[in-house]
Design a protein around this ligand. Structure first.
Ligand SMILES: [Zn+2]
Length: 243
């Protein structure tokens, strides 16, 4: 099989996989889910090409990039690379409060590796969704200035007060760590949106959401609002402690 055939196969597998996994564990068949809606939005949009590949780098993780825009500034393409064992491995609670919260439920077999894998795909979808609403010029500027920032940072004794760095951060809308964590937390918010529907009728739904809440409060306080909105949104059966 050549590369294109391999990618097509993986895309097919990933799509089947997501469609199956986005069904809630015990839901009425008519219910509508964020995972399905986003998948349909990507697959039915003739102006947007989402390529999904599976690779051996970063086997338990995934990455999204290769964004392309048309001349009017609309996002027209993105590529998601999934590790070939995304059904295993939990990233750190500090930057991944949603995916990490699944760990005890997997350990006690209340969820399986497929739910973990689908949550990771939802996280990547979150990156694509966010970039879709980000100004291309702002993104391109960040891409250009982050290496410049890092180079100065590594050579000035890690001084973030350096006026050159203050100026670069101002231009980019944050320092490289802030930009990166903001993106990751958007990915996590989308992962939470997927889980909201996926585990809505499970008896551990509230416990899981409470666990996410505690972790967000501990490590991601400035970003709490985006998670709280999902917890309280329509479709969430229990707001639990987010109320
Ligand atoms: Zn991410």
């Amino acid at each position: 099989m050549n590369v294109v055939q391999t990618l097509r196969l993986h895309l097919l597998l990933a799509s089947l996989f997501l469609l199956v996994l986005s069904q809630p564990l015990n839901a009425a068949p008519a219910s509508r889910h964020a995972g399905d809606s986003q998948w349909e939005m990507f697959s039915n949009n003739p102006h947007f090409v989402l390529t999904i590949g599976v690779g051996r780098n970063n086997v338990n993780g995934a990455a999204t990039g290769k964004y392309k825009w048309d001349e009017t500034g609309h996002l027209i393409a993105a590529t998601i690379m999934l590790g070939n064992r995304i059904d295993e491995g939990f990233p750190s609670a500090v930057y991944y409060p949603v995916m990490n919260a699944l760990q005890p439920y997997e350990a006690s077999r209340l969820i399986n590796g497929n739910v973990l894998a689908a949550t990771k795909i939802a996280h990547e979808f979150g990156h694509v969704m966010k970039i879709g609403t980000t100004d291309q010029a702002a993104y391109t500027l960040q891409l250009k200035l982050v290496p410049v920032y890092n180079k100065i940072f590594l050579s000035n004794g890690y001084n973030v007060q350096d006026p050159r760095l203050v100026d670069l951060a101002k231009q980019m809308g944050g320092n490289p760590v802030e930009i990166w964590e903001d993106r990751e937390y958007w990915g996590e918010a989308n992962a939470m949106l997927f889980l909201r529907d996926r585990v809505a009728r499970e008896r551990f739904h509230c416990k899981l959401f409470n666990r996410i809440k505690r972790t967000v409060e501990e490590y991601a306080k400035p970003y709490e609002e985006r998670f709280a909105e999902i917890a309280k949104s329509q479709g969430a059966i229990y707001g639990c402690s987010w109320r």
